[in-house]
Design a protein. Sequence first.
Length: 293
Amino acid sequence: MLAFMQLVFRYGFFKFQNIPLSLADWQYLLLVLSTVLLAAGGYVINNIVDQDTDSINKPNNVIVGKSISEAKAYNIYVALNCVGVGIGFYLSNVIQKPGFASIFILIAATLYLYATSLKQMVLVGNVIVALLLSFSVVIIGIFDLYPATYEGNQAQMAVIFSILLDYAIFTFFLNFIREIVKDLEDVKGDSNHGINTLPVTIGVDKTTKIVFALSFIPLIAILFYTYNYLFLLTYTTVYLLTFVTAPLLYFTLKIWNAKTKNDFHKLSLLLKWILLFGIISIGVITINMKYNA
């Protein structure tokens, strides 16, 4: 999902805008690879730390301690982060912004802190995961747009970057809601191991009502955005209403009465699909504007 999202923005949006880009295609693929490796490192350390809770929440998906040893998992974790950060150092020097390498170090450190401590704090872990995923959208603007910005194209670049930020905000809210839904799904294992997620702290019923209320934020935002900026693009409007707005409305209706682990699993998966179709919409908008503006 992460790599796909970054590739869609580059080849379904940036490449159609007649603007200079800082990275060559192969260098951009290195940027994608770096973020994927760091995310994979976060996944590994999370699996190492969560062996006990995963044995209850996801017994069929436990890898560390079964398929591979904990020591080997740590070696994989270190290797993924070293390569990911190393690529970040290289790309930062390519765009002549060596200080930007600290971004990759910060991402790796945040993922480690999330797995080892932050995820045990109510909502903090949810916010961190959502922020990191949304930042994976922003980072492509930092490395591909910002260094290629000069006085003559500053206004155009600002518009493109603002669109990027809009998608990053959409990504944040959808993933923040999804992280809470995943906590609802895993409430039993989290409760048994003293992880203070929102459902553990205030209960499943109250949490589902909070998720119900939160779901109106992206729903209203998409309707507002479509009506004010995209309504004249017929295919885009139909696409967003069919593949983003309608499923999100369905999620809002279903979360109110969701009770079981299976209910929450299905709703979490639905949000993942909504995010996917939401990201694809940037390509739909671009093509619609180019051939039917």
